[in-house]
Design a binder for this molecule. Structure first.
Ligand code: FAD
Ligand code: AMP
Length: 475
């Protein structure tokens, strides 16, 4: 192993590992260090996303959705399945297998691209040096002409409900339950809380989500959020808004939560609690004295638009820096930085980063919400189309929800697209491409969509922007 590289990346999550691969593709010598440790002590590349986030959560969301659909939906297709059985151990093993395949895939990609993958801890020293402490063995000092910091984020812990790994768990713990809890409390009704609450609700837990804010999914378009809230309520997912948890007591194998709502304190007794009140940037043990890398008041590494930190030739990307905590945002930053280091021009279009919530209904959007456009003062028009009028959605028995397109009044440019309904996370891709190319609503109107597909709903919503939808009444 060499001790001198063009690029040393610290952190091999979805920000760090693509940065390493792209830098190697650009002909640079690269080492990528990662400290991830699984519950069983094994090590792996892939960070939160592959080991404890996006991938395992989506594996369980898929399995639990199939279980739920088999129990409540199959009958309407004329399919009787008798009594359903749940083998949670097998479901968990399937999830673990997917995670192992994908994390192993990163190792293979590192090898194929000539990246030196190092399992262990990295610490930035002054002068672009990195102290590497392997999982076993002595520390050594590496030098990088450039260093990329990509150490990600960690769950926020609530002082009033500290994690105990058994009754009060973080999102990772919630992906590892070996039995379906009878009563489950979720503190925080954001993206992660709603996804994990959904998994266990579909598998039979009585779930109560306690959200401090009065509005549901405040960061989403509120027309879409309200539609989603109605659908969750119909499914029996109990989301209590304006409910701030103030205390948690663990005794006799159960947790008693106290939450304030409507000016009164209420108790809630559950078997398990998931705390999902957000994530914070993780830079513990990362920066030695005198590196010149500055953090902002919230603990994010300070960077400019191109992810340069306050220290020369030190870059930072992903959840460790400002912007949405999303895997694909970090990936784009990693690739951009690797290209900039190699002398190419590159940028991230922060205005067109899609967001997806993988619940049922799925929720996805790109660009501005109607509330944001309104606040900006720009005149706009909207068009919506309900999945109830989509032949494909009907055939799928998934005809709830809608697509909403927001376009500028003056030049018709698409400012935002918001979807709640079947495969919203897949459908949003078309809107992302359209917005990347500054498409107008009219451009989408002229684009031919196959029939019958869910994509027709986006087409019709674009037509509705100008009161020209064919399959719904234009209002
Ligand atoms: P991370 O993935 O956190 O990776 C950082 C890596 O750096 C880790 O492996 C860590 O061990 C390592 N590290 C830290 N310090 C050091 C050090 N000093 N030396 C060496 N290594 C170090 N995002 C989406 O886009 N879509 C989703 O569906 C989605 N679902 C999610 C579900 C859950 C339950 C959670 C928790 C998150 C989800 N996210 C999702 C968010 C996503 O996981 C993060 O945005 C993403 O992982 C951030 O990537 P990153 O590379 O910046 O950091
Ligand atoms: P996110 O940042 O998207 O994961 O969402 C976290 C959510 O947790 C936010 O909507 C917060 O309002 C909510 N939250 C934070 N603290 C509490 C609390 N003590 N009780 C209930 N909800 C909380």
């Amino acid at each position: 192993m060499s001790d001198s590289y063009d690029v040393v990346v610290i952190g091999a999550g979805p920000a760090g590992y693509p940065a390493a691969i792209r830098a190697a593709q650009n002909g640079l010598s690269v080492a990528c260090i990662d400290a991830w440790k699984n519950f069983d002590g094994s090590r792996a590349f892939g960070g939160t996303c592959l080991n404890a986030g996006c991938i395992p959560s989506k594996a369980l969301l898929e399995s639990s959705e199939l279980y739920h659909r088999a129990s409540v939906e199959f009958a309407s297709h004329g399919i009787g399945v008798g009594k359903l059985e749940l083998d949670l151990a097998k479901m968990q093993a399937r999830k673990a297998g997917i995670v192992k395949q994908l994390t192993g895939g990163i190792e293979a990609l590192f090898k194929a691209n000539g990246v030196t993958g190092l399992l262990g801890h990295g610490r930035l020293l002054p002068g672009n040096q990195v102290e590497y402490t392997p999982a076993e063995g002595d520390s050594q000092t590496l030098t990088g002409k450039h260093v990329v910091l990509a150490t990600g984020s960690e769950p926020v812990e609530l002082g009033i409900a500290p994690f105990d790994g058994e009754h009060i768990v973080d999102s990772w713990g919630a992906l590892e339950f070996d039995a379906v809890p009878k009563r489950l409390g979720v503190i925080g009704g954001g993206v992660i809380g709603m996804e994990l609450g959904s998994v266990w609700h579909r598998l039979g837990a009585e779930v109560v989500v306690l959200e401090a804010l009065d509005d549901f999914l405040v960061f989403a378009d509120q027309q879409i959020a309200k539609d989603a809230a109605r659908q969750f309520k119909k499914q029996g997912l109990d989301v209590r808004l304006g409910a701030r948890v103030t205390a948690a007591t663990v005794a006799d194998g159960e947790v008693t939560l106290a939450y304030e709502a409507g000016g009164e304190s209420h108790p809630l007794v559950v078997d398990k609690v998931i705390v999902s009140v957000g994530r914070r940037p993780f830079s513990d043990g990362l920066l030695a004295e005198g590196t010149g890398v500055k953090l902002d008041e919230r603990g994010f590494v300070k960077v400019d638009e191109e992810c340069r930190t306050t220290a020369a030739n030190v870059w930072a990307i992903g959840d460790l820096v400002r912007g949405p905590m999303l895997a694909h945002k970090g990936t784009e930053e990693g690739v951009m930085v690797a290209d900039l280091i190699a002398g190419s021009s590159a940028e991230v279009n922060y205005k067109v980063i899609p967001s997806v919530i993988y619940t049922d209904p799925e929720i996805a959007w790109v660009g501005q919400t109607e509330e944001e456009v309104k606040a900006s003062g720009r005149a706009y028009k909207t068009g919506t189309f309900p999945f109830a009028a989509s032949g494909r959605a009907k055939a799928m028995e998934h005809a709830a929800g809608l697509v909403k397109v927001i376009a500028a009044e003056d030049d018709d440019e698409i400012l935002g697209v918001h979807i709640v309904g079947p495969l919203a996370g897949e459908l949003i891709g078309e809107a992302v491409v359209a917005m990347e190319f500054s498409a107008s609503a009219e451009d989408l109107q002229h684009t031919i969509h196959a029939h019958p597909t869910l994509t027709e709903a986006l087409h019709e919503a674009a037509l509705a922007v100008d009161g020209r939808a064919i399959h719904s009444i234009n209002r």
